[in-house]
Every structure is written in structure tokens, then in C-alpha cells.
Design a protein around this ligand. Structure first.
Ligand code: GLY
Length: 342
């Protein structure tokens, strides 16, 4: 399947989804179907479905404008949501894309508020944005969300917000990115002193392993931090994560690089899609295309989603070897970037 055929397939799958289940924001499929009663664990995915529509609209298909707005507007109250660390995922995929296409101060105001809300998670002791799990917890995933704090700082001219975002990135770099460019999923701090205690994991194999999606989040997220700051430390970190990813010679990686052999047969295509998009933005075009070629060849279709064989939470048995909404979103983003670069 070519990239343009994959994008056409993606558009068809999204059209079927919104016709079959109007107003529904899916997260992961179960037995190939988006609609089921299994738990979310945490609510971080609602931006990805409209985000795909904004990408398809930006490619020139104006029929996506109305549904993109219809699925984006209901997210607006979440600019005040203090229960998640995912406001970047929710708003940079939607309001930011909308703003880029149609500048409007009201859209900007939503993004600035979402950035301010996320910044409330900053722990002075430890100097990080804490995860939804607990105040003493830092997730690598938050590197994908700190961009909205940088964005808000820039738009509002707020130096304190900018400093918070910088401190979060420096702490994440220090405690979750290892010397070989691999990453830990979670760090635990002493809440009294702010001292870093240990690496651990929620979704990876264990604390000293490398969960492939976390690595992809880091690769992409540190490059975003570099784009907002021009700080070469963040570029070097993104490149170290990219080098680790490419050195494994697994374009579509196992869900965790250090899981036992049998378990490693389970790939996570969402990690591959995120990495492909991040690598394209870093300028590693050849390897990004190697990933996209593998995804288009072996992993498109077979569910109600776009990309098959993703993993959400292997330990909880949620979305294992299924389509996951963020995998679909970053796959479409990467395909559109690759197409535009031609
Ligand atoms: N919570 C983000 C992820 O599952 O990667």
C-alpha cells in the first residue's frame, strides 16, 4: 500500500467510524471494534480523532472542516481539566491545528488556558510536572504535553510558564533518559525533599527496561522542546533517543525492548508511528520511511481502526494487539508529513 492509499484508507475508516458511532471518541479497539465497555484507565485520547480530521482538512479535503469542528468544540471545557497530564495531546492535536488554519484569538485563549492548567502540575520540589498517577510521579509521556506549556508561555509572554516547561524537560532528561538513549517510563521522587528516588514503569516491562512507546514519546517530545527553545541539550537528547531507536534495527519495535523473548514478539505499531513522525521532524527521513513502509505493508487494516497491532496497557490487558487512537493519529501525521516532503 502506498502512503497516499494509506491516507485514503484512513479517511474511509474515520468516515465509517463517525457514521456508525456519532459523537463517540474511541481509545482502543477490542476484538477489532472501537465500541466496548472496557476501561480507559485515564482520559487522554479525545483529541486524536478530530486531530486526524484536521490533518485531512489541511491536506485539502474541505469536507473535513465541519466534522473537525464538531468533534473539537466539545473538548473546550477540558482546558481546565486538572485530572490529567495530557492537555498537550488533547489541545495540540485540535485547537492548535485549527488555529494554524484559521487564526482566531478565541482559539488561542483556549490553548493558553490549557497550558496554564497543565503548568499547575509543577512540583517545585523535584522541578517536574507530575503525572496523573501521583504527585511523586513523573512520566516520560509528559514530554509530549509540555509543548502546550511552551506554546502558552510564548503566546502569553509569560516567562514563569516558560521556565516551568524548561525545568520539566531538564528533570526528565536527567532522571528518565539513560546514557545509551533508552528511556524509563516513570520516575518517583521524595515529595518532602524533591530528591529523585528510582525509575519504575506503569506500562513497560519494568523500571530498568525500555518501553518502546515511551522512547518514541521522548524522541518526539524532546525535539518539540528544542523547537520551542533552540536549546541544544534538547536536540541532543532527541537525537540520542532516535539513535537508540534506530540501533535496535526494529522499524516496528516490540512493546518493550527488554521484555522476555516470547513477549517481545508483540509489537507496538503506535510506537513505530510516533517514532516515524518524530524522525521525519528530526530529519531522519530514510529511517522514517523504512518504518512507514513496514507499517503500510504489514499493519494496516483488519480492525475498525487504521493501524493494527498496537498496544495500550499490556499488564491490564487493555488494547493489546489492537488499533489504538494515538497510533492512528501519529500514523496519519507521519504519512502526511512524508507526502508533503516529496
Ligand atoms: N498514557 C500514554 C500512553 O499510553 O502512551
Amino acid at each position: 500500500m502506498t502512503y497516499s492509499e494509506a491516507l485514503d484508507f484512513a479517511a474511509g475508516q474515520v468516515r465509517s467510524l463517525i457514521e456508525r458511532h456519532p459523537g463517540f471518541y474511541p481509545m482502543y479497539t477490542h476484538q477489532g471494534r472501537w465500541k466496548h465497555d472496557l476501561p480507559a484507565w485515564t482520559h487522554w485520547c479525545d483529541g486524536f480523532l478530530p486531530g486526524i480530521m484536521w490533518i485531512l482538512l489541511a491536506r485539502g479535503d474541505h469536507s473535513w472542516r465541519e466534522p473537525a469542528i464538531r468533534y473539537t468544540r466539545p473538548l473546550e471545557p477540558r482546558q481546565f481539566d486538572r485530572d490529567v497530564h495530557d492537555l498537550g495531546f488533547i489541545f495540540m492535536s485540535t485547537y492548535r491545528r485549527w488555529l494554524d488554519l484559521e487564526p482566531d484569538p478565541a482559539l488561542d485563549a483556549v490553548l493558553v488556558q490549557a497550558g496554564r492548567t497543565l503548568a499547575l502540575r509543577f512540583r517545585e520540589k523535584g522541578r517536574y510536572l507530575c503525572s496523573f498517577a501521583a504527585e511523586d510521579s513523573l512520566f516520560i509521556d509528559i514530554m509530549m504535553n509540555v509543548g502546550i506549556v511552551f506554546h502558552a508561555a510564548r503566546r502569553a509572554g509569560d516567562q514563569r510558564l516558560h521556565d516551568i516547561a524548561i525545568q520539566h524537560c531538564l528533570t526528565t532528561r536527567r532522571v528518565l533518559v539513560r546514557a545509551d538513549g533508552s528511556t524509563a517510563h516513570e520516575g518517583i521522587f521524595d515529595p518532602e525533599t524533591g530528591e529523585f528516588i528510582r525509575q519504575t514503569s506503569q506500562q513497560g516491562f519494568r523500571g530498568d527496561s525500555c518501553w518502546s512507546r515511551g522512547l518514541a514519546w521522548a524522541l518526539y517530545g524532546f525535539h518539540t522542546a528544542y523547537r520551542y527553545t533552540n536549546d541544544p541539550r534538547f536536540l541532543r537528547t532527541a537525537e540520542a533517543c532516535a539513535d537508540f531507536y534506530m540501533e535496535q534495527s526494529c522499524p516496528v519495535p516490540p512493546w518493550d525492548y527488554d521484555a522476555p523473548l516470547e513477549s517481545r514478539r508483540q509489537v507496538d505499531t503506535s510506537a513505530a508511528a510516533i517514532a516515524a513522525s518524530g524522525l521525519l521532524q528530526l530529519g531522519y527521513t530514510n529511517y522514517a520511511r523504512t518504518i512507514l513502509d513496514a507499517l503500510c505493508r504489514d499493519h494496516v487494516g483488519g480492525t475498525e481502526g487504521i493501524l493494527n497491532h498496537g498496544v495500550y496497557h499490556i499488564h491490564k490487558g487493555l488494547g493489546v494487539n489492537e488499533s489504538v487512537m494515538w497510533g492512528d493519529y501519529f500514523f496519519v501525521e507521519a504519512l502526511a508529513l512524508a507526502e508533503a516532503a516529496k
